[in-house]
Design a protein around this ligand. Structure first.
Ligand SMILES: Cc1ncc(COP(=O)(O)O)c(C=O)c1O
Length: 412
């Protein structure tokens, strides 16, 4: 096989990733996703690593399982019931014969909870973002996007023909400058797009100031609330509730989100917005029109997750208490954190190899906390992204902090 053949070039690329210390391997969990789960010894799915057969308890500090619902018995029961009453799968896209009563029920529940007219389900939030921009905007329009937006927003924007403007992350004067440029360039409609919460840093977008600018420039605002729905804001509605914008859902806001994080953690995504926007997405959005319907079990489980979230329970309180405690423990241990209040708590290392070695040593201590390096985060900004969950206890956090401190002493 010559070096210029496709397979030869693929091999070279894999070697490049490995030698740069950027290889991502996957831990094998052998039990449900939870604060306490089990994983196989040193097993890795990708690459050529050994597959060890032993499995052991692991304290999990890096799932998006913010409310600890991923193994909740009520959700498992609701998913089982939905499978009994509505079957295993739909074998159809929604508009052919893939819409069951429970799909519409979930869409209405999501819209009502989030404060929008209507909602539309997708196979994932990646798909919801992928099918948003191309459907709403054409070449006469403009999209103004935060430079650190999630990959799915970036890809969604790539698919649409609107003029593209990018503003410096979380920088309102720059957003204003880009909006001016879009207006002066003759854009008919302008859509601003931002993550509600930025997944690598835990930064909460300044949605109030973004909406003020949108009012001035007559723009619409899209926010991706994957890392907020269910727990941010007094009743867990998300970044718009946190920012006091629940009354702007009818005119200025459209949101995308996931069922794969706080809202149960299975999979699936949605867009919620004004009735006409959701209707146009139903008619035109390609990932909706050309992809299978959500499985009944996921729909049933997600409805039960919304029940748990709407009841409020003490899950949110526990999550925020854990977050404050965890940040305090790490700061007392001398770790550098990205300042903030969100349950995403990134521990900064800078150097890729050091972050990875630290994560490996934590694993030996029975703590799962994965290192993130370029290209997921900027070069030289490697980190271990820890994430808090209502499924962890104060004792768990003390134990995990002890492991961080011991590894720091050992690894440096
Ligand atoms: C900000 C953001 N948007 C979108 C997604 C994609 O969500 P899903 O897993 O539902 O495709 C993620 C998940 O990583 C995310 O963090």
């Amino acid at each position: 096989m010559s070096e210029s053949s496709l397979i030869g070039r693929v091999r070279a690329k894999l070697n490049e990733v490995k030698s740069a210390g950027l290889w991502k391997s996957e831990r094998l969990l052998t039990a449900p996703q939870a604060g306490h789960t089990r994983a196989r010894g040193d097993a890795e799915v990708s690459g050529s690593s050994r597959q060890a057969n032993t499995d052991r308890p692991i304290l999990n500090l890096c799932a998006n399982n913010y409310l600890g619902l991923a193994d909740d018995a009520r959700l498992v029961e609701a998913a089982t019931q939905a499978m009994r009453s509505h079957g295993y799968g739909l074998a159809s896209v929604r508009f052919i014969c893939g819409t069951q009563d429970i799909h519409r029920q979930l869409e209405h529940r999501l819209a009502g909870f989030l404060g929008f007219d209507d909602a539309i389900l997708y196979g994932s939030c990646f798909d919801a973002n992928g099918g948003l921009f191309e459907t709403l905007l054409d070449e006469a329009d403009a999209v103004v996007s935060d430079q650190l937006n999630h990959a799915s927003i970036i890809d969604g924007i790539r698919l649409c023909k609107a003029a593209r403007f990018r503003f410096v992350h979380n920088d309102m004067p720059d957003l204003e400058k880009q909006l001016k440029a879009a207006r002066e360039g003759g854009a008919k409609s302008i859509l601003i797009s931002t993550d509600g919460v930025f997944s690598m840093d835990g930064t909460i977008a300044q949605l109030g100031r973004i909406v003020e600018l949108a009012d001035r420039f007559d723009a619409m605002v899209h926010f991706d609330d994957c890392h907020a729905t269910g727990f941010l804001g007094a009743s867990g509605r998300g970044t718009h509730e946190h920012a006091g914008l629940m009354d702007r859902c009818k005119d200025r806001l459209v949101t995308t989100g996931t069922l794969g994080k706080a809202v149960g953690g299975a999979s699936g995504g949605y867009t919620a917005g004004a009735g006409e926007i959701v209707e146009l997405l139903r008619q035109r959005s390609r990932p909706y029109l050309f992809s299978n319907s959500l499985a009944p079990a996921v729909v049933g489980g997600s409805l039960a997750a919304l029940d748990a979230i709407e009841r409020g329970e003490d899950l949110r309180a526990r999550l925020w208490e854990n977050t404050a405690m965890w940040r305090g423990l790490l700061e007392a241990g001398g770790f550098e954190l990205i300042p903030g209040s969100h349950p995403i708590v990134p521990v900064m290392f800078g150097d890729e190899r050091r972050a990875k070695a630290f994560s490996e040593a934590l694993w030996e201590e029975g703590v799962l906390a994965v290192a993130f390096a370029f290209p997921v985060v900027p070069k030289g900004r490697a980190r271990i992204r820890t994430q808090m969950s209502a499924g962890l206890t104060g004792g768990d956090l003390e134990r995990a902090a002890g492991a961080f401190v011991r590894v720091k002493r050992a690894v440096g």
